[in-house]
Design a protein. Structure first.
Lengths: 302, 303
């Protein structure tokens, strides 16, 4: 065993692999998890350090220690934490972002939902992409559902509801035009089957995929509208709630619980956690991914 | 095969394992030392035992330098390792070394690297999990995790063809190994593991773990430990340290009988942030993979 590489695993290095990371960034990572519920892995800690570095530069703060004070004792600390979150999650979104989530969906959840609902007259699945941003997740879900349309979902109707607070995001989402960066995890198979080329650099989602999705503007904190989002089988809400304070987050999650059908699932982003925010959902693991389950009536575990 | 003749076949084939050349000579005496209460084990006894086998001693020192065992670099001697890490910790490392040598190169359709990633991974998860619970013995938990699937090793040696069929069945059907073993062989690694554990006179709680880690509610003693191993095993399988194939399943923690067993003994389990724990484990996987590849060579890359 090479001792050198072993040490490298305990001491995180910056992206350039040169300097060890200031331990304060680990403290910042823990603070961000505690307040926002999003966790940066040790191996990705340099991303956190880079994000802090960009904020420090903008604010002309010289040392990580000073920046820590800005996040913890300063009167504007909450606003700064949100700014930092923006930096941390920047450029994260793309199509096919979480393969384990899609595997769980197609291999475990769909067969179960289809069986549970097989006795119903109307064979319909409702999926909600809450905080859909520019549509990457919504289209990924739509394409995966279409892949099952001749098999598991034969004779089923799939409705995908995609909402976001930001009008401009919703418009971009509706257009469904993506470049290399957003398509970096999309295989040629999906590109050929569900996209049309626009120019050399960009592809557009085909109309038959768009047909599955209804895009609209929605504020997750608008209680009266949240009450109407009924009968969902699946809710996806990735990297959205991290921007909410504790009580608002708990309220949105309570809404999600009532929006879901019994036996439905709620997915957060891959590094997010609901810890202590809701005790009605059951935490469930699938290979490589985590979700929250609203127990079905027949399971007798409500 | 009738149940009695099946039991006889298992017993007879497991009896032959003792003579396997691949199991280091220090292994069984080491197990005897491990069964003693720590205050009755003398540091010198362990040093002497290890000095019989240079390969084991060298491997043990290398392993002690892994971040998994908490040292920044390898200690120079076994004695030094024991002074810095403590007797119990060094014993668990020695046991890890001995066991990792006991595996046939490739038998029963199972890659030793995959087996050791799972066993060592589970040992690590058991230790970290028990560290979250008050008054839990984390070295014992480590050992339980390391040994829980020893029956798979037994099947590899004593029933290679049968295990090969079971593994193929598990992979195609995407089901747990014990279910595939029952479906194709009529018994599982739990029964063969138990046979070997009893033959080796392992402590009763280890026997319970080996025999019941797939159904902790059936164990007649040490239920919280068996439950802890059960949950850690599941966590490993859900986070890329399983047997190298996709297991089509959902793990619902609070509805799991093992969760209730563990909660009864450790109320503080309620306050454990299982999601954050999962993320922390993801970080430790790299260390497990690096350690296993240092033993077997090959790439440390995740599959």
């Amino acid at each position: 065993m090479n001792i050198g590489t072993q040490t490298a695993m305990t001491t995180p290095f910056s992206s350039k692999g040169a300097e060890p990371i200031d331990p304060i960034f680990r403290q910042i990572r823990d603070l961000v998890y505690k307040v926002c519920g999003i966790f940066q892995l040790e191996e990705k800690l340099y991303l956190m350090a880079d994000a802090c570095g960009r904020r420090m530069k903008q604010l002309a703060v010289r040392t990580p220690r000073e920046y820590w004070d800005l996040l913890t004792v300063h009167t504007n600390r909450e606003a700064e934490l949100r700014q930092l979150l923006n930096e941390v999650t920047i450029g994260e979104t793309c199509l096919f972002r979480s393969p384990p989530q899609l595997d769980a969906l197609r291999k475990v959840i769909l067969p179960e939902l289809v069986q549970d609902k097989s006795k119903q007259v109307v064979k319909r699945l409702r999926i909600w992409s809450a905080g859909c941003s520019t549509g990457e997740e919504s289209y990924t879900l739509a394409m995966n559902m279409m892949e099952e349309s001749d098999r598991l979902l034969k004779g089923w109707t799939v409705e995908i509801l995609a909402t976001d607070l930001n009008d401009r995001s919703v418009e971009t989402a509706k257009a469904g035009i993506y470049g290399d960066y957003a398509l970096r995890a999309t295989t040629d198979y999906f590109k050929r089957k569900y996209f049309s080329p626009i120019d050399e650099k960009k592809l557009q989602i085909r109309p038959e995929v768009k047909k599955l999705i209804t895009f609209s503007r929605l504020n997750l904190q608008d209680d009266s509208r949240m009450l109407f989002m009924k009968g969902m089988d699946l809710i996806f809400c990735c990297n959205v709630l991290i921007y909410f304070d504790g009580p608002s987050k708990a309220k949105v999650i309570d809404h999600y619980y009532s929006n879901l059908n019994f036996g439905g699932y709620f997915f957060l982003g891959t590094s997010e956690s609901l810890f202590k925010l809701n005790d009605k959902f059951h935490l469930v693991h699938f290979p490589g991914t985590i979700a929250y389950w609203k127990p079905s009536l027949k399971s007798g575990k409500l | 095969m009738t149940p009695t003749s099946l039991a006889a076949t298992i017993r007879e084939r497991v009896a032959r394992i003792e003579t396997m050349p691949s199991i280091p000579a220090v292994f069984v005496p080491l197990l005897e030392l491990l069964n003693l209460p720590p205050e009755r084990v003398k540091l010198d006894d362990v040093v002497k035992l290890v000095s019989y086998d240079n390969t084991i001693a060298a491997q043990c020192l290398r392993m002690a330098g892994s971040p998994l065992f908490g040292l920044a670099k390898s200690p120079e001697t076994i004695r030094a390792a024991m002074i810095t890490l403590g007797l119990r910790r060094v014993e668990t490392i020695l046991l890890t070394c001995c066991l990792s040598n006991a595996f046939p190169a490739k038998a029963g359709g199972l890659d030793p690297v995959v087996f050791w990633r799972h066993s060592l991974g589970c040992a690590m998860v058991c230790r970290k999990f028990s560290e979250k619970l008050a008054a839990a013995d984390s070295d014992k938990a480590y050992m339980a995790g390391l040994l829980h699937d020893i029956g798979i090793l037994v099947n590899c040696i004593a029933f290679p063809n049968e295990l090969s069929v079971a593994m193929a069945h598990a992979t195609t059907e995407q089901i747990p190994i014990d279910e595939a073993e029952h479906a194709t062989m009529g018994f599982s690694h739990c029964e063969t593991g138990r046979e070997l554990a009893e033959k080796w006179h392992l402590a009763d709680d280890m026997v319970q773990v080996i025999a019941h880690h797939h159904a902790p509610e059936r164990s007649r003693a040490a239920q919280p430990l068996v439950a802890l191993v059960h949950l850690s095993d599941l966590l490993c399988r859900m986070r890329g340290m399983g047997y190298g194939y996709y297991e089509r399943r959902r793990v619902d923690w609070v509805s799991n009988p093992a969760w209730e067993i563990l909660l009864k003994e450790h109320r503080e389990l309620d306050g454990v942030d299982l999601v954050r724990f999962t993320f922390e484990l993801d970080e430790a996987i790299g260390e497990v993979f690096a350690l296993v590849s240092s033993i077997f060579g090959g790439s440390a890359a995740r599959n």
